[in-house]
Design a protein around this ligand. Structure first.
Ligand code: FAD
Ligand code: NAD
Length: 158
């Protein structure tokens, strides 16, 4: 199967956009990710999937902690920055929660200890045990078919 066909197909699954953050010593590192999901309510677990070639991989292994910041629709520049697509010249502001960095003014943040990890193909799944959360009102940044957008472009019904 062709990689592009696979990615185009996965791109039909509309997602939000997160920035994964961690800190090793004084070194704060961030990476854009949409492979994120809620896993368990008791205990409270989430998962992320990190490319085995990403710099983030060794940093999370060393720190044993990470945060997931869910971006708001006005934070596309932050997503592009942490995907290495376009540098945000003004810089990025982080807050520290129990020594774990989170992206300031994100829609929500979950702060985790690494609970388990699994190497799966060319990625590693980290299961995070959530020990702190923060959230604010707002609309999410969306990612669909390899493009950014917002959820107001989609129609909701219940
Ligand atoms: P680097 O390439 O080392 O860093 C990423 C960028 O962040 C660099 O420009 C770096 O300068 C900057 N940066 C890092 N830390 C700081 C800091 N403290 N202050 C300021 N700038 C900093 N990849 C996955 O593995 N899993 C996914 O789920 C995933 N989802 C993605 C979703 C989207 C919408 C996009 C656009 C990309 C996604 N990627 C994903 C790809 C991933 O974001 C990039 O390949 C990323 O560059 C790899 O991260 P890295 O750890 O190697 O970081
Ligand atoms: P794209 O068309 O590559 O992404 C569409 C979908 O394909 C993504 O939402 C994701 O579900 C899947 N995908 C893409 N690359 C993948 C990978 N290496 N491993 C597993 N699934 C992958 O969108 P784009 O705008 O060309 O992406 C920008 C960059 O970000 C590309 O280099 C892409 O590889 C990377 N990316 C990586 C992941 C990931 O590792 N899980 C997810 C999204 C984007």
């Amino acid at each position: 199967m062709d990689d592009r066909v696979f990615r185009n197909t996965m791109g039909k699954f509309a997602t939000g956009v997160t920035v994964i953050t961690t800190k090793v010593g004084k070194d704060v590192h961030g990476m854009t990710a949409n492979a994120f999901m809620s896993v368990s309510l008791d205990p409270k677990l989430i998962t992320i999937s990190i490319d085995n070639k990403a710099n983030m991989l060794e940093k999370i292994k060393k720190s044993g902690q990470f945060a997931v910041s869910m971006l708001g629709e006005e934070q596309q520049d932050i997503s592009m920055h942490f995907a290495g697509q376009k540098t945000k010249e003004e810089g990025i502001e982080f807050d520290l929660v129990h020594n774990v960095p989170i992206v300031r003014d994100a829609l929500a943040n979950v702060v985790c200890d690494v609970y388990d990890s699994y190497v799966v193909g060319d990625h590693t799944l980290f299961i995070g045990k959530v020990f702190e959360i923060a959230l604010r009102d707002g609309s999410p940044l969306a990612f669909y078919q390899g493009k950014y957008g917002n959820y107001r472009q989609l129609e909701y019904s219940k």
